[in-house]
Design a binder for this molecule. Structure first.
Ligand SMILES: C[S@@+](CC[C@H](N)C(=O)[O-])C[C@H]1O[C@@H](n2cnc3c(N)ncnc32)[C@H](O)[C@@H]1O
Length: 275
């Protein structure tokens, strides 16, 4: 299949990122920590749906899992609770790493899960994993295809690859693309996201897409968290920037994103042959 299903292997696009409407003055990781304070998992999927998917993974006790951009560690905690997995979580945010360590300590003390505070792109594996994941952070590997390739390389033959990736519900407005500094080709359709996996030699096992409830919860919990933070920390000089960013995100979501931008978890299996 042609290599151009989704033409997103472009450094510049990924460096711009979603919040390019204003230059960062505050610590970006502090911002995400504040706006995601009330999120368990930092993606537009309900925890109930996540559990349904986790049930399908059917991992053996002691399975090794890798979570690149593990956020607040909800996926790792649930996997350890259900399957007693061991493994590695990687995240660049010191706030989220601290949250993950605390969560694992509280919910699965003694679990053999190492949490690394670093850029996922720099992570070098010393082992192969039964399940390798990167949920909602494909910019780490410059897009969906790069993410699937990187995870596949770190997965045992017959193991599982799980990614969370946006997709277009419909052709995006030019104004939306401009507002978000996106190009059409930065993301694919839902169908294209599956095809890219097949093109990389992976077997599609399952997909789970976010619905409107999932999206509204994910987006509007950020408004809630920001307003609460502003009320509780009136003297924090970062408050105006926090509220401006959240307001910009709210406009973009309500005006375009809610009808245009989808998101799904994609579960693939790596073939049992060694390549
Ligand atoms: C949308 S959140 C998803 C978090 C988690 N996977 C989840 O689904 O709850 C994106 C995550 O990527 C992390 N992140 C961003 N850039 C990263 C990088 N270069 N390397 C590792 N983590 C990164 C952020 O700190 C954040 O935790």
């Amino acid at each position: 299949m042609a290599n151009n299903i989704i033409d997103n292997n472009n450094d510049q696009i990924w460096q711009k990122g979603r919040d390019s409407f204003m230059e960062w003055k505050m610590d970006m990781w502090k911002y995400y920590s504040i706006t995601h304070k009330y999120h368990a998992n930092c993606n537009p999927m309900s925890t109930a749906k996540l559990d349904e998917l986790i049930g399908l993974l059917k991992l053996n006790p002691g399975s090794a899992v890798l979570d690149i951009a593990c956020g607040k560690g909800e996926m790792l905690a649930r996997l350890a609770e259900r399957y007693e997995v061991s493994g590695v979580g990687v995240d660049i945010s010191p706030y989220f790493v601290a949250d993950t360590e605390q969560k694992l300590q509280e919910r699965v003390p003694g679990a053999r899960i190492e949490i690394l505070n670093m850029d996922g792109a720099d992570y070098r594996h010393g082992q192969s994993f039964d399940l390798a994941m990167c949920i909602g952070a494909s910019w780490v590997y410059k897009g969906h295809r790069g993410t699937l390739r990187a995870l596949k390389a770190m997965t045992k033959p017959g193991g599982l690859v799980l990614v969370g990736e946006p997709f277009w519900l419909k052709a995006p407005d030019e104004a939306y693309l401009a507002a978000e500094s996106y190009t059409r080709s930065i993301y694919g359709t839902h169908h294209e996201n599956v095809l890219v996996g097949e093109d990389e030699g992976l077997v599609p096992l399952y997909t789970m897409a976010s619905n409107r409830d999932d999206w509204d919860r994910y987006e509007t919990l950020q408004w809630y968290a920001a307003e609460k933070y502003a009320a509780e920390h009136p003297d924090d000089p970062d408050v105006p920037e926090i509220l401006a960013r959240v307001s910009n995100g709210r406009t973009s979501y309500l005006r375009w994103g809610r009808d245009t931008f989808g998101w799904a978890l994609y579960l693939f299996q790596k073939g049992t042959h060694v390549d």
